[in-house]
Design a protein around this ligand. Structure first.
Ligand code: FAD
Length: 555
């Protein structure tokens, strides 16, 4: 057994990651596959090869290896009769992350990706065991980085962090080599004649070398995203793979609609960036946003939803009762219906190192959870709207002192009178008007001090603050709707239902056949559960729209 397995989840949950199917199980799934034979030494699958599904071994032995940083094979597992080859990539026929070689003559049952998805749905019990194994195997590969691209660059480089972040958010294995400390990295740099300013470079499993690539270039190289079929008409195109978009995809695909989800960055949206979601139904101990969203992403693919990530939608147009989304590079998506789930982004402070503290010390709301973190401490809150006022009143019950930093000259202009009065009556709240945060300092992601300057006097204050709250509003991701005719409010949020003045479905936009869900929708509740609920509702509304279209004789 390799070192890789010694530290892996594949070790602790080995029986679930590599289950053996019984002869009765195999009989049940025979109808989904085709028999195949291989001679000893044959390659069944190579790293980087796309289109493979699940292969069940009926007789013989197959070695599964992953390539280390130098391209040398490391054994992960040897499959024997009753076990099966594959991991999450095979659900959608994405490039393989491992190599598979027949150790001796092999008889196998090969199940292509579409039949694999059908099997997972038709055989619920067996499907659960197979799906769990595929997920655990991916987790194992994520732990080791095996099968993914190798980034060569300095650990502190912004571009290295960008590429690592992109791959991590998309649940893709990766390895990084630092030329300052790693002999292999130095050798690679010499071999490919790379100048320091061209770092980082990325070596893709297929052997390609990329020089400081953009996310899309990298995604295409490793097969995360492929070309869109211009002739295909999807039932629904879903813009955004946050909770709202993924929920729409799960319900649409599970109810038989062909669905394509597009996202310009990664699956998970804002929720994917949350270190712990405590208020989502059914997770009493909380769950990381990434774990929750990865489950939804896999679930949507299990039902057959297709993913185009990263692909940014640039515009929406209506042509002959069809919707056409332009995704740049001359590519378009055509669909009978569209669900806008492109979300919003919280406004961030323009302070240089905000990122460094965002996971632990910067908060975009104040729930009892954050309240506990602030017990008996000094905290600062930036904002002047009602949400800032409510959060201040709440935090004052938890923290020793709350600094309310307001950019304008007074609170009255933007906050309700009752909140202003309440804040004025709180002895542990100090309102600082004309204030601007100028610097954040701390260590290991934990904020230690906040500095701010007062406009007129220029006087600077520095306080020992470990938690900073930002309530400076959210901006919708709706620039791509300019020119589409879809009605939006004065902040850019999409108007739906009664807000467009029509007696229509509450999620319908001003354009028939186009629905908006989640944070992008004006007046929506900005929460994961609300976004998910709206995704489910939008699918019911789509069915009604398609039924009406059929009745009216439209395609
Ligand atoms: C740090 C943080 C912590 C949070 N914690 C919680 C919590 O604990 N509990 C809770 O209930 N809520 C929480 N929220 C709020 C919650 O995450 C959001 O309400 C929820 O994610 C909204 O989901 P959505 O799908 O509508 O939009 P988003 O999550 O914003 O997703 C929208 C997606 O659309 C994509 N997109 C945008 N424009 C385009 C385009 N033109 N083309 C293609 N793709 C596009 C984006 O890349 C993004 O992935 C948190 C938010 C943040 C920022």
């Amino acid at each position: 057994m390799s070192d890789f397995l010694a530290q892996s989840v594949l070790d602790t949950r080995r029986h679930q990651a590599f289950p053996t199917l019984s002869p009765a199980d195999i009989e049940r799934v025979r109808r989904f596959g085709k028999p195949r034979s291989y001679a000893a030494g044959d390659t069944l699958v190579s790293t980087g090869e796309a289109g493979h599904g699940l292969t069940i071994i009926l007789a013989g032995k197959v070695d599964i290896t992953q390539r280390d940083r130098a391209g040398q094979p490391t054994l992960i597992v040897t499959h024997e009769a009753g076990s099966f080859m594959g991991e999450l990539a095979q659900l959608a026929g994405r490039p393989s992350l491992v190599d598979a070689h027949a150790q001796e003559p092999v008889e196998a049952l090969e199940i292509p990706p579409d039949r694999l998805r059908a099997l997972l749905i038709a055989e619920a019990d067996l499907g659960e065991r197979i799906m769990r194994a595929l997920i655990l195997r991916r987790v194992g590969l994520l732990e080791s980085g095996g099968g993914g691209p190798v980034i060569v660059g300095r650990a502190e480089s912004g571009d290295v962090l960008r590429l690592q972040g992109f791959l991590r958010r998309n649940g893709h294995p990766q390895q990084t080599l630092n030329p300052d400390t790693d002999e292999e990295a130095k050798a690679l740099i010499e071999r490919f004649d790379v100048h320091p300013e061209q770092l980082p470079i990325v070596l893709c499993p297929g052997g390609q070398l990329l020089r400081n690539p953009g996310e899309e270039e990298l995604a295409r190289c490793i097969g995360l995203v492929g070309p869109i079929d211009p002739a295909r008409v999807y039932d629904v195109a879903i813009v955004g793979a946050g909770p709202a978009g993924l929920a729409t995809a799960v319900y649409a695909a599970s109810e038989g609609l062909s669905a394509l989800v597009l996202d310009c960055r990664a699956f998970g949206g804002q929720a994917g960036a949350s270190s712990r979601i405590e208020n989502y139904l059914g997770f009493p101990t909380g769950i990381t946003g990434m774990a929750l969203m990865a489950r939804a992403y896999n679930q949507a693919q299990k039902f057959g939803a297709e993913m185009a990530i990263p692909d940014e939608v640039k515009s929406l147009a209506v042509r002959d009762d069809r919707f056409v989304l332009n995704v740049g590079n001359g590519e378009t998506v055509t669909a009978r219906g569209v669900v806008i789930a492109s979300g919003a982004r919280y406004r961030r402070l323009p302070v240089a190192n905000l990122d460094a503290f965002e996971a632990t010390s910067i908060h975009y709301w104040a729930s009892p959870l954050e309240g506990k973190l602030c017990a008996e401490q000094e905290v600062a809150l930036v904002g002047a709207g009602n949400s800032a006022g409510q959060a201040t009143v709440f935090l004052a019950t938890q923290a020793r002192k709350v600094w309310l930093l307001v950019r304008g000259a007074s609170l009255e202009a933007s906050m309700s009178r009752y909140l202003v009065d309440r804040i004025n009556g709180l002895s542990n709240v100090e309102v600082v008007t004309g204030a601007q945060v100028t610097a954040l300092d701390g260590h290991d992601g934990m904020l230690e001090t906040v500095r701010w300057r007062r406009g007129k006097t220029g006087e600077e204050t520095q306080r020992p603050i470990r938690h900073l709250f930002l309530f400076i509003g959210a901006e919708p991701n709706t620039d791509w709707l300019a020119g589409s005719g879809i009605a939006r409010d004065n902040k850019g949020f999409v108007l739906t239902g009664p807000r467009i003045g029509l007696d229509v479905h509450p999620l319908r936009t001003s354009q028939r056949g186009v629905f908006a869900v989640g944070d992008v929708r004006a007046d929506s509740t900005k929460r994961v559960a609300a976004a998910v609920g709206e995704g489910a509702q939008a699918v019911a509304a789509l069915h009604a729209y398609f039924a009406a279209s059929t009745r009216e004789g439209r395609p």
